[in-house]
Design a protein around this ligand. Structure first.
Ligand SMILES: *Cc1c(COP(=O)(O)O)cnc(C)c1O
Length: 395
């Protein structure tokens, strides 16, 4: 803690709502309560606000407004893309290709589909968390209908070769979905350049409101409607629009893209500063994820001979919010499926720490955090029997 302030380094779990986003949303919780579908003038502002957000988000991706569908978050977008494409195309085939390091919103969806008679191939990743394009090509069959590969990983930050995957999918006439929840608003994305058919994003990962998200669906993509009911979202995702949320995610998308290049530069500098210092000053430390093909705001280490959970508690006592893996797995002591997929032995994977930066983090905070990590790793190791054993044996 510096000046009694929490140091927040868990931006991959969620981010603070930007105050400018909040002010934009507030009137839509109050006097501007009209239903966007109503015909009278009073509601036309609400319709206009929803369309405006759709336009903003389309522009950030090089897409058309008619290709953006608002959802209630990243998990919903992933569910819709994968189930919707699977069921709409099952006459063509029942084979889906994804990876072992996807978010559970993807993995639990493909597990469900496998119970429904679909056949799923889970691609391995290399020791840096990146899939092999050769493996991908080998996995393609005549009945493959969908490839779903995340843009960037939420735990280890590794960025997949999306451009090449898009080309391969297009060549074989297979739909390509990417979970871009961590990449959207962190990296520039053009859905046409990258041959992406469907892309998931979530508002609360880029300083927008929780419970908001969108799915980009390229015009002409064969996909089932997700919520049956009224004509909202061109009849594909029924239900009266979450107008304040949609206004909020639009404003957050605008602000995040306006500040993107500066943010990428600052965060990359801080990220590399943390990596260089930790690897230099802490023995038996490993960087998880690719050294350069990684999100500008992500670092993830494994420290041998300690438990990541214990380190988190000590950092928490110093006012530092960090994570030992994905938020969904905290509470369980099993190493995350992502770290396991890298080939890390359990005892190494369990000593992992993830820090994810945001625009407000300063060099002063990072210096404090690096010192706390060094101090606490040393303290934990000094009370670790395995570490003592190891040192005795190596003398
Ligand atoms: C956070 C996250 C999700 C889920 O998004 P929600 O909006 O919280 O449902 C999905 N995929 C990835 C990669 C994420 O980081």
């Amino acid at each position: 803690m510096i000046d009694n302030k929490i140091i927040y380094l868990d931006h991959a779990a969620t981010t603070a709502l930007d105050s400018r986003v909040l002010s934009e949303m507030l009137p839509f919780f109050g006097e501007k309560f009209g239903n966007p579908s109503s015909v009278y003038t009073f509601a036309s502002g609400n319709r206009e606000a929803v369309n405006n957000s759709r336009r903003i988000i389309a522009e950030t991706l090089g897409a058309k407004p008619s290709e953006i569908y608002f959802t209630a978050g990243g998990s919903e977008s992933d569910n819709w893309a994968i189930k919707g494409a699977a069921f709409a195309n099952r006459d063509k085939g029942k084979h889906i290709i994804t990876t072992k390091i996807e978010h559970h919103a993807v993995l639990h969806t493909t597990e469900y589909l496998s119970e429904q008679g679909f056949d799923i191939t889970y691609l391995d990743v290399d020791e840096n968390g990146i899939i092999s394009l050769y493996d991908l090509k080998q996995a393609i069959r005549p009945d493959t209908i969908l490839i779903s590969v995340m843009f960037a990983n939420n735990e280890i930050g590794s960025i997949q070769p999306i451009n090449e995957i898009g080309e391969i999918a297009k060549e074989h006439n297979i739909l390509f979905h990417t979970d871009a929840v961590q990449a959207y608003a962190q990296l520039p994305i053009d859905v046409n350049d990258l041959n992406i058919d469907m892309l998931s994003a979530s508002g609360h990962k880029f300083n927008g409101p929780k419970g908001t998200g969108f799915l980009y669906i390229k015009n002409g993509t064969k996909i089932d409607n997700f919520i049956h009911g009224g004509q909202q979202e061109r009849g594909k995702r029924a239900g009266t629009e979450n107008v304040p949320g949609i206004v909020g995610i639009g404003k957050a998308a605008f602000l995040a893209h306006e500040s993107m290049s500066g943010r990428i530069q600052n965060e990359t500098e801080l990220r590399d500063y943390i990596i260089d210092n930790i690897l230099l000053k802490i023995p038996y430390a490993r960087l998880n994820g690719h050294r350069t093909k990684r999100l500008p705001n992500n670092v993830n280490f494994s420290f041998q001979f300690i438990e990541g959970e214990s380190l988190l508690i000590l950092l928490d006592m110093a006012g530092i919010c960090a994570s030992s893996g994905s938020a969904c797995t905290s509470g369980s002591t099993d190493p995350s499926h992502v770290l396991t997929a890298l080939g890390l032995p359990n005892e190494v994977a369990r000593g992992s720490l993830r820090l994810t930066l945001g625009a407000e983090n300063t060099k002063e905070e990072i210096d404090f955090v690096i010192n706390q990590i060094i101090k606490n790793v040393e303290q934990l190791r000094n009370s670790s029997p395995q570490y003592e054993d190891y040192n005795r044996r190596s003398i």
